[in-house]
Structure formats: C-alpha cells, structure tokens
Design a binder for this molecule. Structure first.
Ligand code: UDP
Ligand code: MG
Length: 312
C-alpha cells in the first residue's frame, strides 16, 4: 500500500460522501494503491451510517469507530495507528483541504527524497482580525517559551513518510498537541502554502474558548517557562519589598516620618495574594497533567474497527 488517507470525522454526515467522491475524482488517474482510514470520533449524527455506505467501495476503506468523542488529536493518533501505507496523509473531512493537494504532497515526496514530510500552511486566512491577532500572539509566545519550533499557520494537513509516522506513534502521551509533536520528532518537513476552501456543509467545531484551551495545552505540553516566570516574579517581588523595607526604615529613623500604612497594606496583600494564587495555578496545571498522565489511560477507545472487502 503506497498511501493512507487518514480522515478524522466528527458530525460530518453530509460531508463524508462528498469527500469520498472528491477523492475518487482527484485520484482517478493515479497508478498506486491507496486506502481511506476514516475515524468516527463519536459523532452524534449519521456519520457512522454514511461511512458504512462508503465501505461498499471498490477502494480499501477502514472505519475506526470511537466509543465517544475523544477530540481530533486522538482521532489523528488512531488513524495513524491503523494506516498501513508507506505514506500517510492527514486530511479533514469537510473539504476545506482539497484532496488534489494531498496528491501534490505525494508527488513532492516522490521527487524530493530529502524530505520526510510535506505540510500545508494557510497563507491567507478568511478569519476575523481578532482571531488572526490572537493566533499570531500564540505563535510568538510559544516559540519564545519552547525549544520546539512551531511554524505559523501550519495545519495538520500533512503527508508523512512511514519512519516519521512510526516516530509520532512512539510518543503515546495523553495530552497530545500534534503541531508540537510533528516538530519535536525532527525529520525534514517541506511547507507548502494553500488556501483553505469554505466548509462543504456544517460548522467548524472550534469556538474561541476551545481554541484558547488548545493554545494553553500547547504551551503547557511543550514548555516549562511558565514555572520559571513565576519564580522570576517571586524573586522580583521579594527584591522590591526589601528595597521598600529600607526606604520605610530610613524614613522613620532619619526623618521621623510615620508612613501611613492602611492603603499600602491592603494593596500589597491583594497584589501578593494574586501573584501567589496565579503561581499556584501554574504549578497546578503541570501537576494536573502529570496526575492524569500517570493513570496511563488510553488515548482513545475504539468500539470497533471495520475493514471492507478489499482487505484480506
Ligand atoms: N474533528 C474531529 N473531532 C473533533 C472535532 C473535529 O475528528 O472533536 C474533525 C472534523 O470532523 C474535521 C476536522 O477534525 O474533519 C477539522 O475540524 P473543523 O473543520 O471543525 O476545524 P477547522 O477546519 O475549523 O479548523
Ligand atoms: Mg474545517
């Protein structure tokens, strides 16, 4: 098998058959074997039913059916695990990412053996100014905080060679932030620009709060700089308070000034309390992640894995 297309699907009942048709059309001229690995991420609509219809295809089709919604990160991991191809492409089910681009990626890997991965990044985005601003801030922040490199705008729409897939699978951590994992494993990635199309049908599953949480996950998973920042804030506050202590003592002893204290004390207590709670929160984020990771729960639970008649 030369290529596996891994397609995470969550509530995409209207899109999966459109996606399948698009792949068949764009791949009609190819002369290599490829399979479709759909991951049904606990969809609440008729996605699973639609996927089973696709199983009648004359192409090899696999469905990994999750027991509930585990999120796109888990779906991608499951898809990579089930993929048998020499190359593996991760592509969305909503047709925002054209299958023909996946074909370009395969050609690139064929013609440029020095690359292990081809990743698409969005050069122009049809997003609100505020969202673009926050995304820019996130990439600036995480690249400052982390030794792992995060390429701005890089999507999960990628094609890997097998050794890179195996490297990604060898990292079975629970809190998965794939953009970081893809970069952490190393290998050579070629970035190609693309413009995302409109969603075929349905709505994006990303709300602003979800994106914010995802961004935080990325920072906590790939950097311990927040811990260092809290140490630095603690040191700076301690230093300032020592300086202030000298000022107050000198004022009292040398000039006999009685420093009016009430407002200062209230402000300082609140400020220090706030800083302390914030630092405890940061430590808590790491401890909570360690706690959950130590349970060693699986990244996903599949109810069943269905393979169609094209597999032996
Ligand atoms: N997806 C998934 N599980 C989720 C959310 C999304 O498998 O919990 C899939 C979804 O079906 C789609 C892809 O991930 O194929 C990208 O999702 P979406 O289109 O909502 O994200 P966007 O394109 O807006 O970034
Ligand atoms: Mg989408």
């Amino acid at each position: 098998m030369k290529l596996s297309l891994v397609i995470p699907c969550y509530n995409e009942e209207k899109n999966v058959s459109l996606f399948y048709e698009a792949v068949k059309k764009d791949f009609s001229a190819v002369n290599f074997d490829y399979e479709l690995v759909f991951v049904n991420d606990g969809s609440r609509d008729g996605t699973f039913k639609e996927l089973k219809k696709i199983c009648n295809s004359d192409l090899p089709v696999k469905i990994v059916n999750f027991s509930r919604n585990f999120g796109k990160e888990s779906a991608m991991y499951a898809g990579l695990r089930e993929a048998e191809g020499e190359y593996v492409t991760i592509i969305d089910a909503d047709l925002q990412q054209r299958p023909s681009i996946a074909l370009d990626m395969v050609n690139t890997l064929d013609n440029e053996p020095e690359y292990d991965c081809v990743a698409a990044y969005q050069d122009t985005r049809n997003e609100s100014k505020a969202l673009i601003f926050f995304k820019n801030c996130f990439y600036k922040l995480i690249n400052k905080f982390s030794d792992t490199e995060f390429t701005q705008g890089a999507s999960d729409f990628r094609t890997f060679r097998r050794p890179m897939v195996d490297a990604i699978l060898s990292m079975d951590e629970y809190f998965r932030f794939s953009k970081g994992l893809f970069s952490w494993v190393g290998f050579k990635t070629k970035f190609i620009p693309y413009t995302a199309d409109e969603r075929a049908t349905g709505e994006s599953k990303w709300s602003f709060t979800k994106l914010f949480r995802y961004a935080m996950d990325g920072i906590f998973a790939f950097s311990t700089t927040p811990l260092r920042i809290s140490t630095i804030i603690g040191l700076v506050t301690a230093l300032l308070s020592i300086i202030y202590l000298f000022v107050v003592v000198i004022q009292k002893l040398a000039f006999g000034i009685n420093v009016e204290g009430y407002a200062t004390i209230v402000v300082l207590i609140l400020l220090l309390g706030g800083i302390q709670l914030c630092c405890i929160g940061i430590i808590g984020e790491y401890i909570a992640r360690t706690y959950i990771q130590t349970k060693n729960r699986p990244i996903y639970i599949a109810k069943e894995v269905i393979k169609n008649h094209k597999y032996k």
